[in-house]
Design a protein around this ligand. Structure first.
Ligand code: PLP
Length: 222
């Protein structure tokens, strides 16, 4: 299947209220252009330099989502244009995004990343760390960021039950955080979960943003 066909296949499976982030990392502009011609406007990248080069050379109505691990010294390169940062996993990072966004006069949309997988390698707050960060209240003083929801990655496994359990734990945590801290916020509504191998489970458990790469663009060579 080509990119257009695979893209349409994924889009056809999306219920109302679920959006696709087409993860184009490590794929060339030509691949993105094909998806763009098929109507896709939201793309996800995980490297600052790569995303910025693509932003500069591709149509300006593309929404660029940063889904990787963000280093504080690189925030300044993406704040002028990024549509959503999925991977905020510390108070320090949030504070730095706020600072850099202020310098360019933008309000930058962010998701808090939670660690829900069994693997130790994945980034993210634990539920308790996130509760503590929110309870401190300091984030409320930030003027240049908007917290739009939560993001998580399930364990890389074929065990669908395990994946569902992890996604459910994130969905329940989303409800807790929404009720406790964001009940007045219209912006806090996104639950970013689901990749090529588990987006169906993610949708079934309440995802609003799926991040699908290889299923659309093919295998990455890295
Ligand atoms: C690479 C990546 C994806 C997409 O993974 P696929 O398996 O290619 O769909 C989704 N989310 C994050 C955070 C990623 O780094």
């Amino acid at each position: 299947m080509n990119i257009t066909e695979s893209l349409k296949q994924v889009l056809n499976e999306l219920p109302e209220g679920v959006r696709l982030v087409a993860v184009s990392k490590f794929h060339p502009n030509e691949a993105i252009e094909e998806a763009y011609r098929a109507g896709q406007r939201v793309f996800g990248e995980s490297k600052v330099q790569e995303m910025t080069a693509k932003y500069e050379s591709l149509p300006k109505d593309i929404e660029w989502h940063f889904i990787g691990h963000l280093q504080t010294n690189k925030i300044k390169y993406i704040v002028p244009y990024v549509a959503l940062i999925h991977g905020i996993d510390s108070y320090k990072l949030l504070a730095e995004v706020d600072k850099q966004a202020g310098k360019v006069g933008r309000t930058v949309n962010c998701l808090l990343q939670l660690h829900i997988a069994r693997e130790e390698t994945k980034f993210g707050f634990s539920f308790d760390e996130c509760r503590e960060m929110l309870a401190s209240g300091e984030w409320k003083l930030f003027q240049n960021i908007r917290i739009c929801g939560l993001m998580g990655m399930a364990t890389n496994t074929d065990n669908a039950e395990q994946i569902k359990t992890e996604f459910c734990s994130l969905r329940n945590f989303f409800r807790e955080v929404k009720d406790k801290w964001f009940s007045e916020s219209e912006a806090f509504k996104e639950l970013s979960m689901g990749m090529s191998h588990d987006y169906r489970e993610a949708i079934a458990t309440g995802s609003t943003l799926i991040r699908v790469g290889s299923k659309i663009f093919g295998d990455r060579n890295y």
